[in-house]
Design a protein around this ligand. Sequence first.
Ligand SMILES: Cc1cc2nc3c(=O)[nH]c(=O)nc-3n(C[C@H](O)[C@H](O)[C@H](O)COP(=O)(O)OP(=O)(O)OC[C@H]3O[C@@H](n4cnc5c(N)ncnc54)[C@H](O)[C@@H]3O)c2cc1C
Ligand SMILES: *[C@@H]1O[C@H](CO)[C@@H](O)[C@H](O)[C@H]1NC(C)=O
Ligand SMILES: *[C@@H]1O[C@H](CO)[C@@H](O)[C@H](O)[C@H]1NC(C)=O
Ligand SMILES: *[C@@H]1O[C@H](CO)[C@@H](O)[C@H](O)[C@H]1NC(C)=O
Ligand SMILES: *[C@@H]1O[C@H](CO)[C@@H](O)[C@H](O)[C@H]1NC(C)=O
Length: 503
Amino acid sequence: MEFSLFISAIALVLSQHLLLTSASQTQKTADHFVRCLYKNSPNSLNRISNVVYTPQNVAFNSTLQAYIKNGRFNRTTTPKPVAIVAAKRYYQVQAAVVCSRLTGIEIKIRSGGHDYEGSSYVSNRPFFVLDLFNMRKVKVDVGKEVAWVQSGAILGELYYHVTKKSNNTLAFPGGVCSTVGVGGHITGGGYGTLMRKYGLTVDNILDAKVVDAKGRILTRATMGEDLFWAIRGGGAASFGVVLEWKLHLVRVPPTVTVFAVTRTVEGGVTNVIDQWQRVAPKMDPSLFIRAEAQATKNGTLGVTFYALYLGRQQQLLTLVNSTFPLLGLNSKDCVEMTWARSIFFWIAGSPKDYVKKPIPKKGWEAIWKKMIQAGPRVKMQYNAYGGRMSEIAVDATPFPHREGNLFLMQYITEWREISLDTEDKYIRATRELHDVFTPYVSAKPREAFLNYKDIDIGTNTNGHLGFAHEYFKGNLERLLRVKAKVDPKNLFRNQQSIPLKRF
Ligand SMILES: Cc1cc2nc3c(=O)[nH]c(=O)nc-3n(C[C@H](O)[C@H](O)[C@H](O)COP(=O)(O)OP(=O)(O)OC[C@H]3O[C@@H](n4cnc5c(N)ncnc54)[C@H](O)[C@@H]3O)c2cc1C
Ligand SMILES: *[C@@H]1O[C@H](CO)[C@@H](O)[C@H](O)[C@H]1NC(C)=O
Ligand SMILES: *[C@@H]1O[C@H](CO)[C@@H](O)[C@H](O)[C@H]1NC(C)=O
Ligand SMILES: *[C@@H]1O[C@H](CO)[C@@H](O)[C@H](O)[C@H]1NC(C)=O
Ligand SMILES: *[C@@H]1O[C@H](CO)[C@@H](O)[C@H](O)[C@H]1NC(C)=O
């Protein structure tokens, strides 16, 4: 114990030292790293140079910014990598991992760059970005109902190939924001509108190719079930680089139905949402309904119910009429389309919470009041769980939020003005709203979702684990064991990676 404290004190001094070094020192670090890459990329001396960008390169800034999806980490003051390795070949990924180990320069793995805390392209220590945007192939086998997809693909590309190749009969149960990266999304336990029918992305993974801390390429058969379990929801950024995933594709009807219906406070939305929260988690798993609340400019508030139904309009109307009559759904609210088309219908933000018991009507009224005060920039999204989600064991994957959860709730704040003042203002408004919800959401520990990463719930500094209990609950112990086994030098780390613990 004393020994490890001592080591981390030295590491701190070292990293402070590196941070304060001059530009020429940074240049030396970068050179050292690039030389290492050359040395460790056999018979490809000139080819690796095509995929490495250093700050001297004219395309460095634009390459870095291309997959920065959060303006908060797009500033001149945001720490910058010593290099970007935009690997095209798997041996280049292996070389990058080996050189991170040999040089001590931290590796940040980036697929789609949608991380809420920028952890795929920002660090307080010297780091490089292993950028996967050149690795985005999708191979679909319609007969076997499987696909292999490389991590650098985005969800939109994956859905395009799957639905096109299968003539709109197959899909994958991932998120609806088409620019989110397959790599980060799947490994964080991604969910989408097919969740109630088919579970999460991680419930539909058959195999994976991973580069481990030693630089080896492993598959399910060679990595073993522990590591294969950990990367399906535990965040592969703690364990290795996922090169590709083998997906089990799911069946969808050629025609699905969507609707978006808004009800206001004056129109009795409290009663509507009260009925919704009681029935939505128990409804037919073919129906997914999301409720999104937002204040309007004229000082009131509306809740929009967005739905995807895996079937035709007529059946949907009958179903909603009988189970959720207060919505007053009308046939002209409904639109039939293909599942692929329905992706464009959804818009996708960020503390989040899980709700296990319906919120009382008085609670909703307090929430509406706070939201109207905060104004239209602050949104709340409630996603109904239940269905397939409740059938999967809590320890089947690291994602623990299964049976007993009614909803996942997300707080979204959008702002365009680029100033620290406005940023503070909106972050404060979001936090205040979060406080209003406290009595109604899961407690001890408050539960959180890795894909909605939130540094506010804590970091792993000094081995703290509070944040990890929120993400993984009872599954944390197994993740700690896998980490100690596969990455004993803690090569793959960030502020909320699984820390090393000795067993
Ligand atoms: C607009 C928007 C909409 C969203 N909608 C949804 C949604 O509907 N459902 C949902 O579940 N989530 C949603 N999210 C959250 C999203 O799934 C996560 O932010 C996800 O981690 C993003 O993946 P990425 O590859 O784009 O991000 P990145 O920033 O590239 O990566 C995220 C994390 O994963 C690590 N990582 C990335 N690739 C690899 C790899 N190949 N190997 C190992 N580690 C890797 C990174 O190092 C980082 O820690 C949304 C986010 C945004 C911004
Ligand atoms: C980041 O900055 C660049 C250049 O200023 C800009 O083109 C890009 O749109 C910005 N991205 C985000 C997400 O703010
Ligand atoms: C890249 O961005 C940095 C700030 O992060 C700036 O100092 C530098 O001049 C930019 N380089 C180019 C080529 O635009
Ligand atoms: C407020 O605006 C919404 C649209 O944003 C509208 O539907 C509603 O009728 C308006 N309410 C009042 C009281 O003006
Ligand atoms: C739904 O109920 C309303 C009235 O309660 C009725 O007018 C309508 O025909 C019903 N629609 C369906 C499809 O059952």
